[in-house]
Design a protein around this ligand. Sequence first.
Ligand SMILES: Nc1ncnc2c1ncn2[C@@H]1O[C@H](COP(=O)(O)OP(=O)(O)OP(=O)(O)O)[C@@H](O)[C@H]1O
Length: 285
Amino acid sequence: MQNLELKQISKVFSKNKVLDDITLTIPPGSFGLLGPNGAGKTTLMRILATLIEPSSGKIEYGTVDWRQKGNARQLIGYLPQKFSMYKHIKVKEALKHIADLKNLPTLTEQSLKEILNKVNLHEQADKKIGTLSGGMIRRFGIAQAIIGEPRIIIVDEPTAGLDPEERIRFRKVLRNLSQNSTVLISTHIVEDIEATCSAAAFLVDGQLVRSGSISEIARIAEGKVWELEVGAGVFYEDQWEVMSSRAVGDKKILRIFSETQPPNAISVPPSLQEGYLYITRNNSR
Ligand SMILES: Nc1ncnc2c1ncn2[C@@H]1O[C@H](COP(=O)(O)OP(=O)(O)OP(=O)(O)O)[C@@H](O)[C@H]1O
């Protein structure tokens, strides 16, 4: 498997630069694109899915250049943020229809079975799309994206609106798929990235702030996160920026953001959530 290479990608919408010179190597496996609303994640996903073109820059996967859209499309499966399907046809029929639309060979019963097993929808094969739950529809969305065994699977905001149980099931599907392909997941939900991805990139206001392993990204807040043990009834919120608090016996341990060491506090490694908050907080000021 190859790396997906993004070289100096910019996108301008009527003078508004929404992606600014993004250079990024996306290795095989699951890769997260993290950023607050409006960061440019969906725009980048749509460029990668060949739905829109960058204003400048290049995308390559081995010898395939994204300017040859037809070749790139053979590599890609895409689940857009707002996915909808005809309600009156059955799951199996819908997948066969989508394979036809994609000009792929007609799906055999065997390949249908394999796809539905991968997304844990085998029991719904003969159900009408309109009868599926929200979580099942999202998994159907993955099923349609993986027809033809694409090497790159692009999933925009995969778990938005899902209940916790379905979210866990969905993450598992994505993790399994990432064993044999590149799975690119965009989200502003940090837990999705922590639970699913081995590496990620962090976008803010169209700029790449950091990329690397999950712990490398979390380290963006290194030296700024502190733990302080205080009495259970003591509140420090007025004095310090308290990110979280956990009870330990009759005490509690606060996690605090601070550029300097609060008295008696010890420096601790930041979590991905704290790295994320640190960056988004600094950018919104
Ligand atoms: N077709 C378009 N025309 C003009 N501006 C656009 C277009 N698509 C996106 N934008 C702008 O680009 C910026 C980035 O939007 P984008 O949807 O890519 O961000 P995002 O990180 O996916 O955010 P969200 O999580 O809210 O979807 C926003 O300011 C948006 O208004």
